[in-house]
Write a protein that binds this ligand. Structure first.
Ligand code: FAD
Length: 500
């Protein structure tokens, strides 16, 4: 006879993307070991943005056993091969940060070293010519290829994603409670969270609480005062306005981020509509000017009223404190430039599952979790700061401020190492791999002064064959791909809403 189990009572506060990603993963992974309750308030609602993702979400969905076509149909999703950065290096200049690799690395040196050797010997094809995802994006083409040869992510409707995960989580036994959390009550002795008190005097008790209440951070900050590291001196944007418009053309397989005089704008094409927004620094641009700029550049019928959002870039000092873990915006926000927030949710959820306490919470688990989360966030922060710092733009006070600002020492080391040697090293399972750093550093205007000597060992003939073969293979593969819009329609076409 098996002993009866006492399931851990896990209470998730908040039902945005973070809340439902957490609930779905915990319920599916732990089954009867966990008793999961999620509280959310329809009256408060969610932040309503967060539509562009990065490739690890494909793995997350697979881990949860989600059927991709079904998920994409339900969320009006399209495929994303990377991000087009426009006006970042300078006004009128564009580069592409694609997913996946470029060319072929040698164990001792990344492909950029061979490409630079090629440049010196007269092979002047741009770096991007060696990247399958980049060339497919330019061709507006997409298909799945054997062995996951094409690296991709999704552009999706975040409210539909939360709805999709909610249906799944409820099927897996998650209890959803509608209501406003009015108070968070702590145990007098341990200081742990004991219960959430809802309007109408309902109470929800638990063993482990996950704070998914967004920027409000009701539990981790409101009750536990975990503290916040402010990063606005490195990531100066603090405001955004989002608006959705009807589609006016077939969806692109990439997100566009277009720098402007005091920040940047996004365009995220979904099947049924486009997500648009402007991100700006309120020190250098006021809300009316930002709104005017946004409305002056969008295309298609406006589907909603503009959604104005204020934020403070930074990280919660302790993302796990007592018996409470912050997941999503309650844990911090590094701004959406490289679509990393949903990914941070995913990393936090997987860590919670790996470190799930068997009895009382271990301070060792807490320390490990906090350390790992902070390393992730700092590495992402550095990658984002790079985009602002390394640029030829000096045309406005905002860009002059960015060029002059001091950057974290960890980033300075990366930039200067690349400038001197063309090398990038990935530490601690860093999210952004060498190819991402190389694309963005070169895209923003750094030309390394030397490259690895191993590339010089190839004869002219060998180098020409190597580079030519890679280019040909990319061109041949891309030439055989169908248009992205046709592939989406066939594979996961949802009922679309067209512009009037
Ligand atoms: P929210 O969506 O704010 O959800 C909070 C939940 O808590 C809601 O359900 C709310 O009702 C509930 N709640 C709050 N208070 C109470 C209460 N008192 N009682 C009961 N319930 C309560 N991420 C990406 O990965 N890609 C992007 O392209 C991207 N773009 C972004 C653009 C902008 C401008 C911003 C600001 C963020 C963007 N993000 C992006 C981040 C992304 O939106 C979030 O990471 C994601 O939506 C998760 O949010 P959340 O669930 O933590 O918070």
């Amino acid at each position: 006879m098996t002993a009866p189990i006492t399931p851990r009572r896990i209470v998730i506060a908040g039902g945005g993307t973070a809340g439902w990603m957490t609930a779905a993963a915990i319920a599916r992974t732990l089954g009867r070991v966990a008793d999961v309750t999620l509280v959310e308030s329809d009256a408060i609602g969610t932040i309503g943005v967060g539509e562009s993702t990065i490739p690890p979400l494909v793995t997350y969905n697979r881990l949860l056993g989600i059927n991709e076509a079904e998920f994409m149909r339900a969320t009006q999703a399209t495929f994303k091969l990377g991000i087009s950065f426009e006006n970042w290096k300078d006004v009128g200049e564009t580069y592409f940060h694609s997913f996946g690799g470029t060319g072929q690395d040698h164990w001792s040196a990344g492909f950029q070293h061979f490409w630079m050797e090629g440049l010196q010997r007269g092979h002047d094809a741009p770096y991007g010519e060696y990247c399958l995802e980049l060339k497919a994006a330019e061709a507006k083409a997409f298909a799945h290829l054997p062995d996951d040869r094409v690296n991709y992510a999704y552009q999706l409707d975040s409210s539909l994603y939360a709805k999709f995960l909610r249906a799944m989580a409820e099927c897996d036994g998650v209890t959803r409670i509608e209501g406003r959390i009015a108070a968070v009550e702590r145990d007098g002795e341990s200081g742990d969270i004991a219960r959430l008190r809802l309007d109408g005097d309902r109470a929800i008790e638990g063993d482990l609480f996950i704070d998914c209440t967004g920027f409000r951070a009701l539990l981790i900050e409101g009750a536990l005062h975990a503290g916040y590291d402010d990063w606005t001196h490195w990531l100066p944007c603090d405001s955004a306005i989002a608006i959705q418009t009807g589609s006016v053309r077939p969806p692109l397989p990439y997100t566009r981020v277009i720098a402007h005089e005091a920040g940047w704008q996004w365009r995220i094409p979904l099947q049924h509509r486009q997500g648009n927004g402007i991100v700006y620094s309120s020190r250098y641009m006021d809300k009316d000017a930002a709104l005017q700029k946004l409305l002056g550049t969008i295309e298609g019928e406006r589907l909603v009223e503009p959604n104005v959002i204020r934020f403070q870039t930074g990280a919660r000092r302790k993302q796990w404190s007592h018996n409470c873990v912050a997941v999503g915006l309650s844990g911090g926000f590094t701004e959406p430039l490289e679509s990393t927030s949903i990914h941070l949710i995913q990393r936090a959820v997987l860590r919670i599952l790996r470190m799930l306490p068997a009895g009382p919470v271990s301070p060792r688990d807490v320390a490990e979790f906090n350390d790992q989360q902070m390393v992730d966030m700092e590495q992402i922060r550095d990658f984002l700061v790079l985009h602002y710092k390394v640029t030829n733009r000096r045309d406005t006070p905002f860009w002059r401020h960015c060029a002059a600002m001091a950057v974290p020492a960890s980033l300075e080391q990366k930039i200067e190492l690349f400038r001197d040697t063309g090398r990038v090293f990935r530490k601690n399972e860093e999210l952004f791999a060498e190819n991402s750093w190389v694309q963005v550093m070169m895209g923003q205007g750094i030309t390394p002064s030397t490259h690895h000597p191993v590339a010089a060992k190839l004869t002219d003939d060998e180098l020409a064959k190597f580079l030519g073969g890679l280019r040909e293979s990319v061109a041949r593969t891309v030439g055989a791909l169908p248009p992205h819009a046709d592939y989406v329609a066939r594979y996961c076409g949802a009922a679309t809403r067209t512009a009037a």
